[in-house]
Design a protein around this ligand. Structure first.
Ligand SMILES: [Zn+2]
Length: 221
């Protein structure tokens, strides 16, 4: 039987939508939280809204525009190019402190709505060089959140050790492969579903999907 309540940190992208399906299968009650920080594409927020509505999940949208005030970056500013980090530099899409802030606010919300579980789609395998997607950061923050509120939150990271192909596999196991493929937005150029095909995010997503579908075909044959 499903038990407990979870807050899913939800962007409307492939990873967090897969996490939302994962949480719905696991917990009696699930709510989603989306952070609006002036993303290049407000379509991202619209996507998230529609998915939450369709999955019948209570959806909180929090204004985090201060993040863009503090740290202008390639995700919020069209005059900054999306580029992979070279020679050990962080990619231009890295927003300093983003997950620290988002997860902290998710923790405050969780305490308000009485949720013990906080679910996030961060992933160390495909972490693109983001330090705040690493398992050690999440574990450290979990301790900090619990100390700060004298509570016993559990941060769940179902995708932490999966590669993109395995994330597609998880969506498929949850009966959500087509939904995730058709309804989510991960493209830096704001193209829904299979995306623009050109940006780093689309390439990662498509390569993972191809790899998984090939594997699945192989298993059936
Ligand atoms: Zn793209």
């Amino acid at each position: 039987m499903k038990q407990g309540k979870a807050i899913v940190v939800f962007s409307g992208g492939q990873d967090s939508t897969t996490c939302l399906f994962w949480a719905k299968e696991r917990y009696a009650e699930v709510e989603a939280v989306t952070f609006d920080y002036g993303q290049r594409h407000c379509l991202e927020i619209e996507c998230a809204k529609e998915i939450a509505k369709e999955l019948d999940v209570k959806h909180h949208i929090l204004d985090m525009s201060l993040l863009n005030q503090l740290a202008p970056n390639a995700l919020t500013r069209t005059d900054i190019e999306v580029a992979d980090g070279e020679d050990g530099e962080l990619p231009s899409t890295f927003v300093p402190g983003r997950n620290l802030l988002f997860m902290s606010f998710a923790g405050v919300l969780a305490s308000q709505v009485g949720a013990k579980h906080i679910v996030t789609g961060v992933c160390e395998t495909d972490f693109s060089g983001y330090p705040d997607c690493r398992d050690i950061f999440i574990k450290s923050l979990n301790v900090t959140l619990n100390l700060s509120m004298d509570d016993t939150f559990v941060i769940e990271t179902p995708l932490m050790w999966l590669n993109k192909a395995q994330t597609w596999e998880l969506a498929d196991k949850l009966g959500a492969l087509d939904f995730v493929r058709e309804r989510t937005l991960t493209c830096y150029n704001g193209v829904i579903a299979d995306g623009c095909g050109e940006c780093p995010s689309c390439k990662l997503r498509q390569n993972g999907l191809d790899e998984y579908l090939t594997l699945k075909k192989g298993l059936k044959a």
